[in-house]
Structure formats: structure tokens, C-alpha cells
Design a protein around this ligand. Structure first.
Ligand SMILES: [Mn+2]
Length: 337
């Protein structure tokens, strides 16, 4: 269950039961929809895997498997949500903000989660697993219930790998143990396959999106589609960070020339929005969760929608980008005297 209080919207307990749109009597054999599938059932994950394989615009790799690239059609309204890191409250706030829910249900917009929905990354909260379990349960239903318009791309936290560590805490392993206790081995095994099957890159009209950043040396379409064959670039798309201080870049850092090179290699114009997540901006004192024109790289934007942010999201349509915030500023109170 959620540890944070849910301000409005779906309560945590309701999160897995979207409004009774399908009753068992009315639809004994639901062709789609998650309502009949219990939370924590491996079947829910299997459905999400099946849906993700057929996401519109998802190209097949050379082996015929769902590949690493999604090419969105032109003219589709696209809502981009940054890293959530176990903050289900913010995801719900975004979905309920400003007509997004009706755009979601009517299929009028495509919703993209940029990865890293799990693992609370705040200091002192990294061992809390309830929020990660709750958001995962919620996202599987979201995907299954909206098979054509909720996409998820893979972030570096979308793994049970023991090498995923933060502040000495093996987040991948600890989450695996908690999820096994909550939902069982078969569920955990299916979640691992879900993450492993996810795409890593989206090309839309006037924008591209990946979790962390461009790989050094760029990459071409064929490499993204067949990303499993290029483990080094696969890793960099999920892990790279911007070379913020303009020193000699470490092997894990990218700069403006990598952004430009990727856009060039993908035949995208130089003013294409290059959108990533991955950076918890609050650790630098940023209170909104958005960094536009990162280190002066024009149209390179970081979006972080988890705790410590105002649940920001982008709406992209017709080559234009609009920034919105789903959560109000907490008023800062100053006492005198
Ligand atoms: Mn990340």
C-alpha cells in the first residue's frame, strides 16, 4: 500500500480496479481490460508483455522480436512523463490533470513513461518497497487497459540486477525480495521479462525520447531496433549522464555533440526536442522537476516527475512542446520574530 496520503483521485486500494467498467456478468470473456485479473497475478504481467509487443509504431528487430524503437505517427498528441521512482501519487495527479484522463480513455493522446517507475530514490527511503509495488501494479493495469496508448521505455532501475546499487543499497535485489514476498516467484519472473522486453527509444514528430541520454558516438536506427545486439549502447541509453561541468567527459558522460550526432544520424532536424529523464533534479535544489536546455544544449530537456517535483509533464503536438505541472507548489512558510 502507499505510504503517502493520496490527495484526491484514486485511493491506493482502488488503484487496481478502474471504475468497474467491465463487470464479470457483462463480459465473461474480456478480450481486453484488466478488471477481471487479480492484482499480483502473473497473467497481468503477461498481458502487459503481449500488449507492449504490439505497441503502435514498435518495429521488429532482425529476429522478428519486438525491437528497441517506437516510431510514433505524425499528428498524435503525446504526453511525456518523467521518472516516477515509486511516486504513484504523482502519476495519478498527472493522469487526472487538465483533461489527460479523457485523452487517455478516448485514445486521443499517447502517454509515454520514460522509465524508472520503481525504487524510491530519496535519501532515507531507498529501502521502502511498498510504493514500488503499488506503482508497478498500477502501471500494468494502465498498459493492459490502454493497449494502444500507454508506452513505457526502459530505465536503468527497470531491473532486478544485483549491480543496481545506490548509496550501498542493492535496490534491484531488495525490490525483488519484496515483490516475491508480495506477489510470488512467477510474478517476479514475469516482471523481469517485461522489463527486458521494453523499447529504449521513441521518435515522434519533432522530438525523440530515451531514458538517460545519447550514447557517445551516436547510434543509427538499425542499432536502436536491434538494441540487444549492442549491449554497450543499450547500457548507455539507460545510464549516461550529461557532462555538466564541461571537464574531460568520463566514459559515462555525454555532451552536446552526442545529442547533435544522434539527431543527425536519425535524420532529425537540429531543433528536434531531445527529452530524457534519469536525473533526480531535486538533489541540485530544483523544485519543479524540469531542466530545459540542459547546460545550454538547445531543446535538450530533462524531466523528472517523482518525489520532490511538481509532477511535470510535456505535451508534444505538431512539433510544439508545452510544459505542465500537475502538483501545486507547497507554500513556503516563513516565521518572523
Ligand atoms: Mn535512471
Amino acid at each position: 500500500m502507499l505510504k503517502r496520503k493520496n490527495s484526491g483521485g484514486l485511493a491506493a486500494a482502488d488503484a487496481g480496479a478502474p471504475g468497474g467498467r467491465i463487470s464479470v456478468e457483462d463480459a465473461p470473456l474480456p478480450a481486453s481490460g484488466s478488471a477481471a485479473i487479480p492484482t499480483g497475478s502473473p497473467e497481468l504481467v503477461e498481458r502487459a508483455i503481449a500488449v507492449s509487443a504490439e505497441w503502435p509504431g514498435r518495429l521488429r528487430d532482425d529476429e522478428g522480436a519486438p525491437g528497441g524503437l517506437i516510431e510514433l505517427p505524425r499528428g498524435i498528441r503525446t504526453v511525456v512523463i518523467g521518472d516516477l521512482h515509486a511516486n504513484l501519487e504523482n502519476l495519478i495527479a498527472i493522469l487526472e490533470h487538465d483533461g489527460n484522463k479523457s485523452d487517455l480513455d478516448s485514445g486521443k493522446a499517447v502517454f509515454i513513461l520514460v522509465g524508472d517507475a520503481v525504487h524510491d530514490d530519496r535519501t532515507g527511503h531507498m529501502r521502502e518497497q511498498a510504493g514500488s509495488i503499488a506503482i508497478l501494479d498500477y502501471i500494468f493495469r494502465l498498459i493492459v487497459d490502454h493497449p494502444k496508448n500507454v508506452f513505457y521505455i526502459r530505465g536503468n532501475h527497470d531491473t532486478f540486477d544485483h549491480r543496481l546499487r545506490k548509496s550501498g543499497i542493492a535496490q534491484g535485489l531488495e525490490f525483488r525480495d519484496a515483490l516475491t514476498a508480495a506477489h510470488g516467484e512467477a510474478f517476479v519472473e514475469a516482471v523481469g521479462r517485461f522489463w527486458d522486453s521494453l523499447p529504449v527509444f521513441i521518435i515522434g514528430e519533432g522530438f525523440v525520447i530515451t531514458h538517460a541520454g545519447p550514447p557517445r558516438g551516436g547510434l543509427v536506427r538499425e542499432e536502436i531496433v536491434n538494441i540487444k545486439r549492442y549491449p554497450e549502447k543499450y547500457h548507455q541509453l539507460m545510464w549516461n549522464r550529461v557532462n555538466e561541468y564541461h571537464g574531460n567527459p568520463s566514459p559515462k558522460e555525454y555532451g552536446e555533440k552526442d545529442v547533435r550526432l544522434v539527431l543527425d544520424l536519425l535524420n532529425q532536424s537540429a531543433d528536434t526536442f531531445f527529452i530524457v529523464g534519469h536525473n533526480p533534479l531535486w538533489n541540485d535544489g530544483n523544485k519543479i522537476g524540469v531542466w530545459m536546455d540542459v547546460i545550454g544544449i538547445r531543446n535538450h530537456h530533462i524531466l523528472y516527475s517523482g518525489s520532490g517535483s511538481r509532477a511535470p509533464y510535456f505535451i508534444l503536438e505538431g512539433g510544439k512542446l508545452v510544459l505542465k505541472m500537475a502538483v501545486e507548489f507547497e507554500p513556503e512558510v516563513y516565521n518572523f520574530g
